[in-house]
Design a protein. Structure first.
Length: 319
């Protein structure tokens, strides 16, 4: 029977092997890409080799609307790469180097259950060979983003890592269980009076069901859904618009920052998650829907065009 010290040594070796699959990504946006205004023209983060054909999993915003991508391995070798897929629904992205990688073994994708809360995992980024360390899984719960994004399951861990974009979250078996997405000042539930900084990771298991479709078409079926073109916050049961994307359905309908969303097609709404899910449930051939908003006491009914979100994203050649 292995002694405890032997078990620790085995785990350390396994994690070092997994870390070797972490690569640095440098991506440059397509000329005049709308996302460059918020994400920058040049983006840098991490990715993880998950396939024997050198397929790399990363966080999607690093490669959104980009066409010049380089990856750098832990042994300081640089390879050009191309975008394979971007999944709006999960926020995950896939890319592949143009030339075979040398001496890199892909990692397996694992799964995290809520019962793992409190356990120690390892987080690795591509900044240096020493960029791997312990983190504790604080919670497994839903996440709703202000940019029309929602996950029914997200992983929250602390302490945070600064280079979180695309960072790899590994379990002790060296399986990839999460991809770094956000730094958060507080990863605890709203009902918890304490505050704890940390990171949000997108569960890598979300890739499993959509991978064949992503490889074949560059997107998933769930990525082809209506969108509003807003940023919004939820405060005390009120949904307030904070930004409207130019030329989006929301902008064309006359929605403005400061407007408070009251209902959609007659259903009263009090949460961002419900607003997003109701919009996404609309058939793409529905034509339009009615958004009722309030602005300084004035109630307005706005007709928003049903438009496929994926059609508004600039794509590089080949995807």
């Amino acid at each position: 029977m292995p002694q405890p010290s032997q078990g620790v040594a085995v785990a350390a070796t396994t994690l070092r092997q997994a870390q070797a699959a972490v690569v640095q990504i440098t991506a440059r946006a397509i000329e005049d890409a709308p996302s460059a205004r918020t994400l920058g023209k040049v983006r840098r983060g991490s990715g993880v080799v998950i396939g024997p054909d050198d397929l790399i999993l990363t966080i999607g915003y690093l490669i959104l609307e980009t066409d010049q991508i380089d990856i750098r391995t832990m042994d300081r070798k640089t390879y050009p790469a191309r975008v394979v897929a971007y999944d709006t629904a999960t926020g995950l992205g896939l890319l592949r180097p143009l030339f075979p990688l040398v001496n890199i073994q892909p990692v397996k994708i694992g799964q995290v259950e809520p019962s793992a809360v409190g356990e120690t995992f390892a987080v690795a980024s591509s900044e240096s060979a020493e960029s791997i360390g312990p983190t504790r899984l604080v919670d497994v719960r839903a996440f709703t983003g202000y940019w029309e994004y929602h996950l029914d399951k997200a992983l929250y861990a602390s302490p945070p890592v600064a280079n979180h974009s695309g960072a790899a979250l590994f379990n002790p078996q060296g399986e990839l269980v999460g991809i770094g997405s956000l730094y958060m000042q507080d990863v605890l539930r709203e009902t918890d009076p304490r505050s704890l900084p940390g990171n949000l990771f997108v569960p890598s298991e979300l890739l499993n069901s959509s991978l064949p479709e992503l490889l074949a078409t560059g997107s998933s079926a769930d990525s082809h859904r209506p969108w509003l073109g807003i940023n919004a916050v939820e405060r005390n049961g009120r949904i307030q618009i904070t930004r409207v994307t130019p030329a989006s359905p929301a902008a064309k309908a006359g929605l403005s920052p400061g407007d408070v969303v009251l209902s959609l097609d007659g259903e009263v709404l009090t949460s961002l998650a419900r607003l997003y899910k109701k919009v996404w449930a609309k058939p793409l051939d529905a034509g339009s829907f009615t958004l009722t908003v309030q602005d300084r006491g004035r109630v307005r009914d706005l007709q928003l065009e049903v438009r496929d979100r994926s059609k508004s994203i600039q794509k590089p050649a080949g995807i």
